[in-house]
Design a protein around this ligand. Structure first.
Ligand code: AMP
Ligand code: ZN
Length: 480
């Protein structure tokens, strides 16, 4: 079945046609490493991990490149504040990245290039651009001359004339146009620097992604991804650099951008200070719950952050796991029972096939993971009904469970994992609280001498396995 994805470049969904049959090459702009990554960054990371996993499920080999921006104004500033070397600070947060990424079940990229290890490649492209008359040097800085790239603005849909009016306000007089951007920055005292044909300095941000995507994926690779904030200027500039340098060849064929994770409708960001790191959230919720929450909304729709949303995700994930757990118990009891393909079994197999089809249709339609969840929940419902009904359907139940497990794993979830002890604790304390309320109500009922209703509560609880005991301290409850 064909897969359609929304291409920011053409502003429409397009059928995915790989550059090389059965292969997908992807480049995703990774984090700037001066802090733990926040839940907004995690949305981008989890979304592209899901995209990658779905391609793998469809049988593609995926070459997945995700960089680390480990040289940047903010890293330098943070390092100066903490009297640490900028590169050491960058490396420290790269190490921390892998811990949190693992907790979210994000696969390591095929390559994780670091900007600081690709300075010669960047210098080569900058030299090429100067040679073609598309960049110029001023006093140790090098700028890209935007006016020389005819299709500048094609990704973001912005017109250079409009941009120019806005950019003029804060423009640097040494630039030929306010839109021109830095490819190389002369070193200021105390900053990290590298030698270059223009003196000691460091690269601008945009050039690193041109250099690293070209090095690892070559021209015209399949998919370039990142958060929506990168469309302009980062990706627009990357296209100008790469395509200016390659003269006529394409940088990437499809551009995918995830919408923002927001806090009270504002983008979550380090600079706004309204962020929660994944490390913090992991103290209250397991990584898979955070992941489940992040994929519960289509990647191009905004997603608001909140504790209650994480709790909802926790309950959703728990529902899927509980279905499998209960079905496994039934299957264990039925082991060895020879079974012909009963009508119930046949029906379950058909339901499993339907879930697989619905799942694929959702994912083939621009990776609609939210709709794919619906296929999982429907299948879990079917499994529950089979478990609670007559267990005359071992083969069918087995197929349904395998399908649920497999589709869950395509989205990066291990649904077989039993509900965690922390979740069990939370559930137990909820039951405690509810029973407390019920027993207080029953005391009032007895005070009003409504013995029949009080007895009915006692009997109904007994039916579901809860026994009430009279003690000198009042009524207690226990499980049968
Ligand atoms: P940064 O570390 O800010 O350079 O961001 C790393 C990646 O996370 C980029 O691809 C950003 O577009 C993405 N990103 C940053 N903030 C958010 C957010 N609030 N929601 C979704 N993606 C984001
Ligand atoms: Zn980038």
């Amino acid at each position: 079945m064909s897969l359609n994805l929304y291409n920011t470049m053409t502003r429409q969904k397009e059928e995915f046609q790989p550059r090389k049959k059965d292969h997908v090459s992807m480049y995703v702009c990774g984090p700037t490493t001066y802090n733990y990554f926040h839940v907004g960054n995690a949305r981008m990371l989890v979304v592209f991990d899901m995209v990658r996993r779905y391609f793998l499920y469809k049988g593609y080999a995926v070459q997945f490149v995700q960089n680390f921006t480990d040289v940047d104004d903010k890293i330098i500033q943070r390092a100066q504040e903490s009297a640490e070397e900028a590169q050491a600070l960058g490396q420290r947060f790269i190490d921390e990245y892998f811990k949190d990424a693992q907790a979210l079940n994000i696969m390591p990229a095929s390559v994780h290039p670091k900007a600081t290890e690709h300075i010669p490649e960047m210098i080569e492209i900058i030299q090429g651009l100067i040679g073609k008359g598309m960049a110029y040097q001023v006093d140790g800085d090098v700028y890209y001359e935007v006016g020389k790239f005819a299709s500048y603005g094609k990704l973001s849909g912005r017109k250079p004339e409009d941009l120019q009016t806005r950019a003029r306000v804060e423009s640097d007089e040494r630039k030929r146009s306010p839109l021109d951007f830095a490819l190389w920055k002369k070193a200021k005292p105390g900053e990290p620097f590298w030698d270059s044909p223009w003196g000691q300095g460091r690269p601008g941000w945009h050039i690193e992604c041109s250099a690293m995507s070209l090095k690892y994926l070559g021209p015209g690779f399949d998919i370039h991804g990142g958060g929506a904030d990168l469309v302009f200027p980062h990706h627009e500039n990357e296209i100008a650099q790469t395509e200016g340098y390659l003269e006529g060849q394409t940088c990437a064929c499809y551009w995918m951008h995830n919408a923002f994770l927001t806090v009270e409708q504002e983008k979550m960001s380090k600079s706004a200070g309204n962020f929660f790191t994944v490390r913090e959230i992991l103290e209250s919720f397991p990584g898979e719950v955070i992941r489940f929450y992040l994929l519960g909304t289509h990647y191009r729709s905004p997603l608001d952050f909140g504790r209650e949303k994480l709790e909802m995700a926790q309950r959703g994930l728990r529902r899927l796991r509980t279905s499998l757990q209960l079905a496994n118990e039934v299957l264990r009891q039925g082991v060895g029972a020879a079974e012909e393909l009963t009508a119930q079994s046949q029906k379950l197999i058909e339901e499993a096939q339907k879930a697989r089809k619905d799942f694929a249709e959702a994912m083939d339609d621009d990776f609609n993971s939210a709709l794919a969840y619906a296929a999982l929940f429907n299948l879990a419902k079917v499994i529950n009904a089979a478990v609670n009904g007559e267990p005359q359907a071992t083969t069918g139940l087995q197929t349904a469970c395998e399908t649920l497990r497999e589709l869950g794993s395509v989205l990066g979830f291990d649904l077989e994992k039993s509900v965690s002890p922390e979740e069990d604790d939370a559930q137990r304390s909820l039951v405690d609280d509810v029973m407390g309320v019920l027993l207080q109500v029953r005391v009032k009922i007895r005070e009003n001498k409504d013995w029949a209703l009080a007895d009915q509560i006692r009997d109904s609880l007994k039916d579901i396995g809860i026994l009430l005991e009279d003690t000198p301290q009042g009524v207690r409850w226990k499980m049968k």
